[in-house]
Design a protein around this ligand. Structure first.
Ligand code: GAP
Length: 459
């Protein structure tokens, strides 16, 4: 597990190097909202691209969708979110702080069985911050509300979706018919979701606005268990293939009494964060809950027909639900490395602590940095030409200030895969030096071979 203070280091590096900024910072910030800077947006986009590739392009029977964030309010009645999408809340009467009752119990090592708890323990009576009296536990709905149109009354209430999944279920028939699909098939979607979390925190781990990468797989009920196992394994492997250390990942099966209102079974992929093992992604067997409820509430028959028996049935849904922001944070944490004294100690400047983000090539935000050895115009001209030839294929950076050792350090700190150095010899031999981030090995490559070289390395 990473040390506790590595979160502070990640937050600081994320801001300093343009990965993640506090939202609305010049106005004092908006709690639990974040903006992705130039490197953060590259990193997150690469993660989303890798997910889309693994889901949509690598399965002939999984297709994509991009549904609206605001949808008919009846959808949230049917889905059960209006009645059940709540967290237990207590307020301190003295300091006015708000807590999640289940989190207070968990922190004290007590199973948060609030429904059956007759005599609440002291953790639910006394504020842990000021000792003040806590209110009774009440259920707080996490959905953000807004109003559609000019009149703000009960009839114009709409909700910001708390999960992208419902946009898929209500389009189940549209997608199946327009794409002439037959069971089993899946629909994948990446998009924003919103939850008015009572206690957001741990940087981008739990926020009120976040992005989900969800895939809903529709199957005959008899195949649901087998498909669940397949996706469970595949989803863990996806993180490993993209560079997360195996020992930092594990599965956690939900107990019956902690299952969400829609779930028959749920397994989390957890990550070993500096603040404990935490959910990174959920794999859920949602049974026929969603399609049967949408049939009931919309009056549209969403059942399928079994070709053999002619029997009508609601497909079961196996869902894989990952957070793009949570995944981005875990990839940052997992890639973070500090080397006391540095890997190279040839100059004073490089004897300091070295930080490396060892992202895998697929997700590294910056693939190549172009570094002219000096600012002299003749080197500048050839360096810009090298940059031009590479940047249409890869996200590249150009850096010509300070010593080459410092510049390598700066690139290692953001996880740049290769540094291309242009020196005075380049003017003679039309070749450059390519340095590999991980091995620090250097190779001399002819400029006219550079595109092919990187094609091979980065394909
Ligand atoms: N459709 C099912 C669903 O939404 P969930 O377990 O509530 O299931 C799935 O959420 C994933 O979405 C989580 O594993 C997490 O990665 C991400 N997620 C949920 N709430 C989040 C929050 N407040 N901030 C950031 N990510 C969140």
């Amino acid at each position: 597990m990473l040390e506790q203070n590595s979160m502070e280091k990640i937050v600081s590096l994320a801001k300093r190097r343009g990965f993640i900024f506090q939202s609305s910072e010049i106005y004092g910030g908006l709690n639990s909202f974040y903006d992705y800077g130039p490197l953060g947006v590259e990193l997150k986009n690469n993660i989303k691209k890798a997910w889309w590739q693994a889901m949509v392009y690598q399965h002939s029977n999984i297709v994509g969708l991009d549904s609206a964030i605001l949808m008919h309010p009846k959808i949230w009645e049917a889905s059960g979110h209006i009645a059940n999408f709540t967290d237990p809340l207590v307020d301190c009467k003295k300091c006015k702080k708000r807590f999640r009752a289940d989190h207070l119990l968990e922190a004290a090592g007590i199973k948060p069985d609030l429904g059956t708890m007759k005599n609440p323990p002291k953790e639910l009576k006394e504020c842990l911050e000021c000792g003040g009296q806590l209110t009774e536990v009440r259920q707080f709905n996490l959905m953000f509300k807004t109003f559609m149109g000019p009149v703000e009354d009960a009839g114009s209430v709409v909700y910001l979706r708390p999960e992208t999944a419902q946009g898929i279920y209500v389009n189940f028939q549209n997608v199946m018919e327009s794409m002439r699909l037959k069971l089993p098939f899946g629909i994948a979607q990446i998009g924003k979701a919103f939850r008015n979390e009572i206690t957001p925190g741990n940087f981008t781990f739990r926020t009120r606005e976040f992005e989900q990468m969800e895939m809903q797989y529709f199957v005959h009920p008899s195949q649901a268990d087998e498909v669940f196992e397949k996706f469970k394994e595949a989803r863990l492997q996806w993180y490993i293939d993209l560079g997360i250390k195996k020992e930092n990942l594990r599965f956690r099966e939900h107990e019956k009494d902690e299952l969400a209102h829609y779930a028959k079974r749920a397994v989390d992929v957890e990550y070993n964060t500096p603040f404990g093992w935490k959910e990174l992604e959920g794999i859920h067997n949602r049974g026929d809950w969603d399609l049967s409820r949408h049939s009931e509430f919309s009056g549209q028959d969403l059942r399928c027909v079994d070709v053999g028996s002619g029997e009508k049935f609601f497909p079961y849904i196996i869902e894989t639900s990952a957070g793009a922001d949570r995944a981005t944070l875990m990839f940052l944490l997992d890639a973070y490395q500090e080397i006391e004294g540095g890997r190279t100690t040839t100059t004073e400047s490089t004897k300091e602590m070295e930080t490396i983000l060892s992202f895998s090539p697929k997700i590294a935000p910056v693939k190549i940095a172009v570094l002219p050895l000096s600012k002299k115009p003749e080197l500048n001209e050839v360096s810009k030409k090298v940059l031009d030839s590479l940047q249409s294929d890869y996200f590249c950076l150009y850096d010509e200030t300070q010593s080459i050792g410092r510049r390598y350090r700066r690139q290692d700190e953001i996880g740049t895969l290769y540094c291309v150095t242009i020196d005075f010899e380049t003017l003679e031999d039309q070749a450059v030096t390519v340095r590999d981030r991980n091995t620090m090995q250097q190779e001399r490559i002819a400029i006219d071979q550079l595109k092919d070289y990187f094609k091979l390395k980065l394909s």
